[in-house]
Write a protein that binds this ligand. Structure first.
Ligand code: ZN
Length: 369
């Protein structure tokens, strides 16, 4: 959802840091606040510097998660920054509770370290130590408050992130703690309950105080709690369904030298999006996708007479029939139109799987339980 509309600003330790377009709104907000309160340009510069520094702290927080995850062999796809915070998108969550706990705590720990350094510098070198001078409207524009404000913001980041509700780090800490005793699914269910309870509390307080932003966070937290539980439930399900339960075997194999028009005639009468290609049913060389076929047919005058060989795709993976579905999910997350080949232990082809089979299997499992 977030990756669309974000651009890469730099890559550090092999992890791309991306910034979401809505970040521009933040700059507009700074400019608006500056205009409304009649701020001078230098004052607005201080505010911009403060926001910039805060986001550096957020990026470092996310790198805390990413570096700890790397220790357990989990790859971070990217780090995305939006005005409401950062998010390190891990390829997977480490399933060992102790590892998830370490990854979740690594982020806030970074802010503890930053706050400690800022705190020591402020305590020993600033005349008013860590006190923020002036009322809130003015204090954020004064350079003398820069260090104390950044110190308190890091402290706030630690406490905010440790609220025990998804998607905050505290939610993961709570789940990991519960999972050590009750298993991952139950732990997630309870952590999601507690998270949703906190979300309701947020919304109630938001109404009571007339605080719009807090209400928004509450709604967001509520939705995320439910999503997290569903994702884990699906994960568990995927581990229990075997490839042999979902394979498609009722396909027709087309020869590589078949003309596209003839292939089209076959595909039109089949419900499948992928058709295997091979000289016989015993060994397949790849598959063609209905969408590729259509766009190829539209591409030129003589396209209809060209061979399917031109649009053939090799199977992105071959798997044993007793493998569980979760092993092939990354392939479909990368490409929904992919097609996977399934063999038995003797190497004979048992069938193929495309995303429709998986959707179908999940639908029935979700509705029969
Ligand atoms: Zn975090």
């Amino acid at each position: 959802m977030l990756k669309k509309g974000s651009i890469r600003i730099f890559t550090f330790l092999g992890i791309p840091v991306r910034i979401h377009w809505s970040f521009g709104l933040l700059l507009v907000w700074i400019w608006y606040i500056g205009q409304r309160t009649g701020m001078e340009w230098p004052a607005m510069g201080v505010l911009a510097l403060l926001v910039f520094s805060l986001f550096i702290c957020v990026i470092l927080h996310e790198f805390g998660h990413a570096i700890m995850a790397r220790r357990y062999g989990v790859i971070t796809r990217d780090i995305i920054l939006s005005p409401i915070g950062g998010m390190a998108r891990l390829n997977r969550i480490p399933e060992k509770p102790s590892q998830e706990l370490a990854v979740a705590l690594a982020g806030p720990m970074v802010n503890v370290v930053i706050a400690t350094i800022l705190g020591l510098v402020g305590w020993f070198f600033l005349p008013d130590k860590l006190t923020v001078i002036g009322d809130t409207e003015i204090s954020i524009y004064w350079i003398g408050n820069f260090l104390p404000l950044l110190f308190w913001m890091n402290i706030m980041l630690v406490f905010f992130n440790l609220i025990p509700a998804f998607p905050m780090d505290g939610g993961r800490v709570l789940r990991a703690g519960l999972a050590m005793r009750f298993g991952r699914l139950k732990a997630t269910k309870w952590a999601a309950y507690i998270g949703k309870l906190i979300a309701v509390l947020f919304v109630a307080l938001a109404i009571y105080w007339g605080h719009f932003f807090l209400g928004l966070i509450g709604v967001f937290v509520f939705i995320m709690g439910e999503q997290e539980y569903r994702a884990v439930k699906t994960d568990m399900l995927l581990q229990h369904i075997k490839l042999s339960d979902v394979i498609r075997t009722d396909y027709q194999v087309l020869p590589p030298n078949m003309r596209l028009v003839d292939a089209m005639a076959v595909i039109r009468h089949s419900l499948a999006v992928n058709i295997p290609i091979g000289d016989n049913a015993v060994e397949l060389v790849g598959y063609i996708n209905a969408r590729d076929l259509i766009s190829q047919l539209k591409s030129g005058d003589d396209a209809a007479n060209s061979e399917v060989l031109g649009i053939i795709k090799t199977f992105p993976g071959e798997f044993m029939e007793h493998t569980s579905i979760d092993a092939i999910m990354p392939i479909f997350q990368k490409n929904r139109n992919a097609c996977v080949l399934v063999r038995d232990i003797w190497g004979n082809i048992k069938g193929i799987i495309d995303s429709d089979q998986i959707d179908h299997a999940l639908y029935w499992h979700n509705h029969l339980k």
